[in-house]
Design a protein around this ligand. Structure first.
Ligand SMILES: Nc1ncnc2c1ncn2[C@@H]1O[C@H](COP(=O)(O)OP(=O)(O)OP(=O)(O)O)[C@@H](O)[C@H]1O
Length: 607
């Protein structure tokens, strides 16, 4: 994880520019909001610069000359009041458009990143800690301050130009002196940016680490408690938390030291310079007090945006760091299938029809041709796997734990990309099928399935509105899950609590069967449950399974050999290689590894 974060810490100017262009594209669909906010912002800036002139005019033309009648006082009071009201209204609209625009862009980015994650293969998720991913989708997509900063930069430049024009109109000589402060301020801005960005990035890295640790601790809480790891992990968590706090404190210190004090100091110096220059001028000529007031007001308007800009400058660099991480995720393609089979790879002898997404699976014939596979590119997990399963037949994989049984399923489901060998369905390369078609036609039944917080029916339908409640109930009946469901207090409408904790492993398995069958898959992949299931539920499961297998091509991982005696082909795996193949009777006759396993299991059963 450290490497992942470090990658983004030192970006060259060109890389930053690319990141900026990338993230800016997300803003375009919402540009209307930002343009309107900009228009209202210009209105408020012009009004803020003009209002001191109203006061200065009143002071110089009426107060000093003692000509201020009631009528004139009212006139100026109302004018000032109206300008203030207009200013407030313009400010409200500017604020509103800017906030809404930023919220919409963030939401849009989050939606896109979330959708992208769904297209990435399992290998990606193996390598990225969940907490890291959560930080990316939640914190990194929260670019609110970044958009504000961009907007502030633009409006600040306009403010500086307008305020400077006002200064120039009042007194171009003194206004010219004000220009000296600009490079000094810019130098301050650059120094601040350098110092703050580094510390800010370290702080962000710690926050990401904190999230990762928290996620690990919560997901592994059972093991942690069982092995009494609370104190050790608590200490590790405290340490990261302490480091995070340390960086946070440094950020606050840097901001406190460099931000407003520097700008305020320079503003005070400039006001003193202005006063000295006006006093000097008053030696030779009359200087109107209102003019000095208008000048000083505009000096403040001239400095304020710079102060704001510095304030949010760190947001800019942080936003770019976050944006670069989003860019990395959005441009991730390594795990997405890129392989396009050569025409000669495909030798269809089954009639295959196509729809708009590509070929569709109609028969369910499966073939593996010399497939090699590795998760990490180093350790070969599957070696030269070849077999054929004809439509409606069952193939079973047996072997010790870690022999590669689940990996065959992983490759077949395209959870992981493989690069050597070929897998075909209905004689068509699996890589030509759309993922949608594969997910639709292949029903995967894992040992333990995830249950959502929803009703039993919705868990069977998996919230798919196209599936009717009746179909869900029919599927439950088909796999014999209806008996126990109807015995629940609210039957099919009973609420499932998180993870399905209120159901036994066998009951969850039965719901899972129904969930698979309601989609009417052509191919079934079964990972036989190893959990202890009571004999009654076990009998239901076996009944459900045999119903499910009728007329479907089935690939089953079997732990108890008694359940796959009738399979058309059994493959015995050892360290990723097929060491024996045949039907149950053939393998027993062969008197090899399978026969040993079978004898052992029969003996255990008898004992
Ligand atoms: N996501 C992964 N990343 C890296 N290696 C993996 C991954 N999943 C499995 N492996 C490794 O691949 C090898 C084969 O594992 P696989 O899960 O296919 O075995 P299996 O026969 O299904 O075992 P079991 O019966 O315990 O489920 C093992 O050495 C395992 O450590």
């Amino acid at each position: 994880m450290e490497n992942i974060d470090q990658q983004n810490q030192k970006l060259s100017f060109k890389e930053n520019w690319n990141v900026f262009k990338f993230i800016f594209k997300f803003l375009l669909p919402f540009k209307k909001y930002f343009i309107l906010a900009f228009v209202f912002s210009v209105v408020t800036t012009i009004l803020a610069s003009v209002m001191p002139f109203v006061i200065s005019n009143f002071m110089d033309s009426y107060l000093e000359t003692e000509k201020a009648t009631d009528q004139i006082i009212w006139y100026f009071a109302i004018l000032y009041f109206v300008l203030n009201i207009i200013n407030s209204i313009a400010f409200f609209f500017k604020w509103n458009y800017l906030q809404n625009g930023s919220i919409f862009v963030n939401q849009y980015i989050r939606k896109k990143v979330y959708a992208k994650l769904h297209t990435l293969g399992m290998r990606y998720f193996d390598q990225k800690p969940t907490g890291w991913l959560i930080t990316r989708v939640t914190n990194d997509t929260d670019l609110f301050p970044f958009w504000q900063m961009l907007f502030n930069t633009l409006t600040s430049i306009i403010s500086i130009v307008i305020a400077y024009t006002a200064l120039f109109i009042i007194d171009h000589q003194i206004a010219s002196v004000m220009l000296i402060f600009l490079p000094i301020l810019l130098a301050g801005v650059l120094i601040y940016q350098r110092v703050s960005t580094r510390v800010y990035q370290l702080m962000l890295k710690k926050r990401s680490e904190l999230n990762t640790k928290l996620n690990e601790y919560i997901s592994g809480i059972r093991i942690i408690q069982q092995f009494r790891q609370e104190t050790r992990l608590g200490k590790a968590f405290d340490q990261t938390n302490e480091e995070y706090y340390g960086y946070r404190k440094r950020v606050i210190q840097i901001n406190g030291l460099l931000l407003s004090p520097l700008v305020n100091f320079l503003m005070s110096v400039s006001i003193i310079v202005v006063l000295i220059m006006f006093s000097d001028r008053s030696m030779h000529t009359v200087v109107a007090a209102g003019l000095i007031y208008a000048f000083i007001s505009n000096v403040q308007i001239y400095f304020n945006p710079i102060s704001n800009l510095m304030d949010s400058l760190s947001n800019f660099s942080n936003g770019l760091v976050s944006a670069s991480r989003i860019k990395t995720i959005m441009e991730e393609s390594e795990y997405a299938p890129t392989y396009k089979p050569e025409p000669e790879d495909i030798a269809p002898d089954l009639a295959v029809t196509n729809d708009k997404n590509g070929p569709i699976i109609s028969q369910g014939k499966i073939e593996f041709r010399h497939v090699n596979f590795s998760y990490d590119g180093e350790n070969q997990v599957l070696k030269d796997i070849s077999f054929v399963v004809h439509p409606g037949e069952t193939i079973a994989f047996v072997g010790h734990t870690g022999s590669g049984k689940s990996s065959i399923i992983n490759v077949f489901m395209r959870f992981y990309e493989f690069y050597e060998g070929q897998v075909l369905i209905d004689d068509v390369d699996i890589k030509t099928y759309s993922n949608e078609e594969l997910r639709k036609k292949i029903g995967l039944v894992l040992q333990d399935s995830f249950m959502f917080v929803a009703s039993v029916t919705d868990n069977i339908k998996m919230m798919n509105p196209k599936i009717s409640d009746d179909a869900a109930i029919a599927a439950a009946e088909f796999v014999h899950a209806d008996g126990f469901i109807r015995n629940l207090e609210h039957g099919f409408d009973s609420k499932v609590i998180e993870g399905g904790a209120a159901f036994s492993a066998g009951e969850r398995q039965l719901i899972n069967f129904a969930r698979t069958m309601v989609r009417e898959p052509k191919i079934l992949l079964l990972d036989e449950a190893t959990a202890n299931i009571d004999t009654e539920t076990e009998a239901l499961i076996q009944l459900g399974l045999s119903n499910m297998r009728q007329g479907r091509t089935t690939m089953a991982i079997a732990h108890r050999l008694s359940t796959i005696k009738d399979a058309n082909l059994i493959l015995v795996l050892e360290a990723g290689e097929i060491i024996e193949r045949g039907t149950h009777d053939e393998l027993v006759e062969m008197n090899g590894y399978y026969a040993d396993m079978y004898r052992l299991q029969t003996l255990q059963k008898e004992v």
